[in-house]
Write a protein that binds this ligand. Structure first.
Ligand code: PMV
Length: 307
């Protein structure tokens, strides 16, 4: 039983989304996690993840291991105490710890393929809620945006705890993703923002409100087929993220380089401090913006069309 899950990027609203403001995220289908579950001739549940050099039997891993914990949750969901002999093969082209949702995508592909293998394919709603439990195990207090956009594989307007709203893209647009190559745990930047917020709630609440306004205007621009308006909104959102202290010299350098190379706007995406930034470009300039990002120190770029 095979299953695939895409990567994702947050377009607008990261961090503020933890404080119940809306955020927009879209799937990135150029990168994906793929899982295949098959009967095994050997007793036990064998996990093969060559990308991370993992070849192990489930019981030999700690129960809080990111992959073991997903498999155990699925068995638990079906009250399976004696799992059948099986092989779980996991591969992924999503860069790890860079804000593209690699952990959530692997979880979701496992849940989907394993539940189908067990002849109980789970509905998206349940896949999403199991994936969220796993995100909580590993990331502290995640908003749930990653697992949601990846489970539904559609653009999502996300507010924590509210029913999922997908939205339509009036006119396709091009995003260039630039990876600083710096792995920065989201848990830390979220924790730092929390500490700053505790000291100065009114200032931070104001910033979150400003970001929420940007998200609303961005959604309207995307739906009404005016994506060119997103450039300026990205620049504004990036400035607010800088004041939340979650940017970094490397991210700022890439954002600047993208703008200088003709991008309509750019911002960091995700937890910040490292990981990714995104730039809005006209389709013909995407390649030169990607080249400029590489020259400015990006380790990798992805050009993706949002439609
Ligand atoms: O670093 P990423 O792409 O997983 O995104 C984190 C987004 C935050 O808003 C900073 C945290 C969250 O849980 O929503």
């Amino acid at each position: 039983m095979k299953s695939s899950a895409p990567g994702k990027v947050i377009l607008f609203g990261e961090h503020a989304v933890v404080y119940n403001r809306p955020a927009l995220a879209v799937p990135v289908t150029q990168v994906h996690a793929d899982v295949e579950v098959l009967d095994s001739p050997r007793k036990g549940v064998w996990i093969n993840a060559p990308d991370i050099n993992l070849h192990a039997e489930l019981n030999s891993l700690p129960s809080d291991h990111p992959i073991a914990s997903v498999i155990l949750k699925v068995f638990q969901r079906f009250d399976i105490s004696q799992p059948p002999a099986l092989n779980v093969s996991i591969t992924s082209t999503i860069p790890v710890a860079s804000g593209l949702g690699s952990g959530a995508a692997v979880s979701i592909a496992i849940i989907r393929s394993l539940s189908s293998f067990l002849i109980h394919p789970l509905p998206d709603k349940e896949i999403n809620s199991i994936a969220y439990e796993i995100e909580k195990l590993h990331h502290g207090t995640p908003s749930g945006i990653d697992n949601t956009v990846i489970t539904y594989s559609r653009p999502v307007y996300f507010i924590k705890g509210e029913p999922i709203e997908t939205f339509t893209v009036g006119k396709p647009f091009t995003i260039v993703i630039g990876d600083t190559g710096i792995s920065a745990p989201t848990k830390e930047s979220v924790g730092d923002v929390r500490r700053l917020w505790l000291h100065d709630q009114s200032n931070f609440e104001n910033i979150f409100d400003e970001i929420a306004q940007i998200v609303l205007i961005a959604r309207r621009s995307i739906e009404s087929g005016k994506p060119e308006m997103l450039g300026e909104l990205m620049d504004q959102n990036h400035a607010f993220l800088q004041s939340l202290t979650v940017s970094s010299p490397e991210l700022d350098k890439l954002v600047e380089a993208a703008r200088n190379a003709g991008a309509l706007g750019a911002k960091l995406s995700g937890g910040g401090r490292g990981g990714n930034m995104i730039a809005l470009t006209e389709q013909p300039t995407a390649e030169s913006v990607a080249n400029a990002l590489m020259s400015a120190g990006a380790k990798r770029t992805i050009i993706t069309e949002i439609n």
